[in-house]
Design a protein. Structure first.
Length: 331
């Protein structure tokens, strides 16, 4: 039985706590939060006996095997570094951090301690992503020539203003899937060989980037476009096009559910074919069970499609390039 400690009492912590409680291989033994009322409400709702007011107090608990970091992304690195120093396995929410300096400090602590670590891009643990990878590797699409992704959700006034806007709240989803597709199609070195350009709008609400578009040309000639916004809509799209055919998500790739999730393949000139991928759990349920398996097997990171630490760093590098390209003064 894997024993979890939860850092944070936000909506996402509730979602992960439900997934942990639903697994026969895990239990929650402690939670930490700064607000006493919210902490008590969270602990009562999930029947958690041990309640701490600081990160240090929770990671010092000897009965905790793995720490879930559900704190705001601008303090992820601090919490992960403290947990790693105590030898705790860590599942930390996306985005990895909000700056490359923070990301490198987090990565150094994880590597030095030798703990298991996973960034909580939970959708990558769902079987529909493995299905996508299998389609790309099969050669059915031919050589991948273009990739396009979009995530839009009207949440800018609800999120932490220190989280640096849509890129690190929403853009990390299509960015991470782009990275997986490029790696799968062309190998581990292909993603870093790229040039980028970007445009965006700055929110008058908090000064963060609220609408963002990115254009990428990889060294092999493959083109990609990503869009992310937290100022309007509730929409998604992701499509991979090869010289023989294309594959597109018909259900939300960022929030795959229990039941059927759907990919649509089109061999050019033929009617589209839908592929239904059944699942007993949603993405959060798969992520919890993945952590259980990895720790039971004494792994230090999860296998692909989930992000390894090096993948999380590559995703952060792209997000940073995207941000810098938008904020760069016009020439």
């Amino acid at each position: 039985m894997l024993r979890w400690g939860i850092l944070g009492t936000s909506f996402i912590s509730h979602t992960v706590a439900d997934a942990i409680s639903a697994s026969d291989g895990s239990q929650i033994v402690a939670v930490a939060g700064r607000d006493p009322a919210r902490l008590a409400e969270f602990a009562d709702q999930h029947a958690i006996a041990r309640r701490y007011s600081t990160v240090n107090a929770l990671v010092d608990d000897p009965d905790i095997d793995v720490v879930y970091v559900g704190l705001p992304n601008n303090v992820h690195h601090e919490a992960v570094i403290e947990a790693a120093a105590k030898g705790k396995a860590v599942l930390s929410e996306k985005s990895l951090t909000t700056t490359m300096a923070e990301a490198q400090a987090l990565a150094a602590a994880v590597r030095e301690s030798g703990i298991f670590f996973l960034e909580g891009l939970m959708y990558l643990s769902h079987p529909i992503i493995a299905e996508l990878g299998g389609i790309i590797r099969s050669g059915r699409l031919g050589t991948v020539r273009s990739i396009a992704g979009l995530y839009a959700a009207d949440i800018c006034k609800l999120v932490n203003p220190l989280g640096k806007g849509t890129l690190y709240n929403l853009g990390c989803y299509p960015a991470s899937l782009l990275q997986y597709v490029v790696q799968t199609a062309f190998g581990p070195q292909a993603f870093a060989d790229r040039s980028v350009s970007a445009h965006g709008n700055i929110s008058s609400h908090d000064g963060n980037i609220c609408d963002a578009s990115l254009s990428v040309r990889f060294g092999n000639g493959t083109l990609a476009t990503l869009q992310s916004t937290d100022s309007y809509g509730m929409s998604f799209d992701f499509v991979v096009r090869g010289d023989l055919g294309s594959v597109r998500f018909r259900t939300n790739p960022w929030l795959p559910t229990a039941g059927d999730n759907i990919l649509e393949i089109e061999d050019y000139g033929r009617p589209p074919e839908q592929i239904r991928v059944p699942s007993d759990f949603d993405a959060f349920g798969h992520q919890v069970r993945l952590v259980e398996r990895c720790i039971a097997e004494r792994l230090r990171e999860a296998p692909r499609p989930s992000p390894r630490l090096s993948d999380s760093i590559e995703i952060m590098e792209l997000l940073t390039d995207w941000e810098n390209a938008i904020r760069a003064p016009a020439t």
